[in-house]
Write a protein that binds this ligand. Structure first.
Ligand SMILES: [Fe+2]
Ligand SMILES: [Fe+2]
Length: 253
C-alpha cells in the first residue's frame, strides 16, 4: 500500500489483503474499535463475501486462539485465556502465607480475572459479576470492593496508596465520583475487611523471579468454586454469555 491512496482505497486494499490471506473475516465488536480510537464503520462483510464467496464471518471458534474444551472449567480459562496469570497466582500465595481463609485465597486468585481475560476499566465490577453464580457471596463482594478500596489507604492494616499508582496515574489523580461514593458505602459494610484483604495481598509490583503454578490452588478451587457441569459459558447462568465472549471474542453475532 502506498501513501498516495485515498482512505477508501486503503480500506479496500486492506480488505483485499485480508480476504487473500484468510478464509474467514474478522469483524471486531465496536468496543474493540472504540478502544483503538476508531470510529470508522466496520468492514463490510457482505462486500467482502461478494468478492470471495469462500469467505465466512466467524461464528465458531477463532482459529487464531487456543481451542477450548467443550465444557470449559475455570482452570481451562486460566490455561487458554488468562495466562500467564502470575500476578493473581502470586497474590493468592501471599494470602496463603498470611493464613487467610480459603475463600479469601480464592478471592485473591480471582480478583483480576477481568483484566486478564475480559475488560480492564471497572475490572473489579466485571470480575465480581463473572464469578457471582459460582462463589460465596462474600468473595463476590470482596472482588467488587477491591476495585474501589485500592485507591484508599487503611493504616489499621498497613495498606498505603500504591506507589505504582502515583507513577501510573500522576500525583494529582483522584478517583471518579462513583468510586468515591462506593468507597463510602463499602467502608461501612460488614465485609469491608474482606475487600481490604484483597488490596493488602494484591502484588502491586510483580516479581518476575517468583514462579507460582496454578496447580498449587487446585484444591482451593475445587472446594470453593462451584464449577458448572455444563462448562462455564454453557450453564444458562445470568453470566454465561460473558464467559462465551472470552471463548469467542470475535464471534460475528
Ligand atoms: Fe485489581
Ligand atoms: Fe491485582
Amino acid at each position: 500500500m502506498n501513501d498516495t491512496m485515498t482512505l477508501s482505497q486503503r480500506a479496500d486494499a486492506l480488505e483485499q489483503q485480508m480476504s487473500d490471506e484468510l478464509d474467514y473475516i474478522v469483524i471486531k465488536s465496536r468496543l474493540y474499535s472504540l478502544a483503538d480510537g476508531d470510529m470508522s464503520p466496520p468492514p463490510n462483510a457482505g462486500a467482502l463475501m461478494a468478492k470471495n464467496p469462500k469467505l465466512r464471518v466467524l461464528m465458531g471458534d477463532d482459529p487464531r486462539l487456543p481451542p477450548m474444551p467443550e465444557k470449559p472449567t475455570l482452570v481451562d480459562f486460566f490455561k487458554y485465556r488468562f495466562g500467564p496469570a502470575m500476578h493473581v497466582l502470586q497474590s493468592a500465595r501471599h494470602a496463603v502465607n498470611a493464613g487467610l481463609p480459603e475463600k479469601m485465597v480464592l478471592a485473591c486468585l480471582l480478583h483480576d480475572i477481568s483484566t486478564m481475560g475480559f475488560i480492564r476499566g471497572d475490572h473489579g465490577y466485571w470480575g465480581a459479576q463473572l464469578v457471582e453464580p459460582y462463589v460465596d457471596e462474600e468473595v463476590t463482594w470482596a472482588i467488587r470492593a477491591h476495585q474501589v478500596l485500592r485507591f484508599y489507604p487503611d493504616e489499621s492494616v498497613g495498606y498505603e496508596y500504591p506507589q505504582s499508582y502515583v507513577k501510573a496515574f500522576g500525583v494529582d489523580y483522584r478517583p471518579d465520583p462513583y468510586v468515591e461514593e462506593d468507597y463510602r458505602r463499602m467502608r461501612n459494610h460488614k465485609w469491608y475487611m474482606s475487600g481490604r484483604m484483597i488490596t493488602l495481598h494484591d502484588i502491586y509490583s510483580f516479581d518476575p523471579s517468583v514462579h507460582v503454578e496454578l496447580e498449587e490452588f487446585t484444591d482451593v478451587i475445587g472446594r470453593n468454586f462451584r464449577q458448572p457441569k455444563e462448562g462455564l459459558g454453557f450453564d444458562n447462568s445470568p453470566v454465561a454469555h460473558m464467559w462465551r465472549a472470552m471463548i469467542r471474542p470475535a464471534k460475528y453475532l
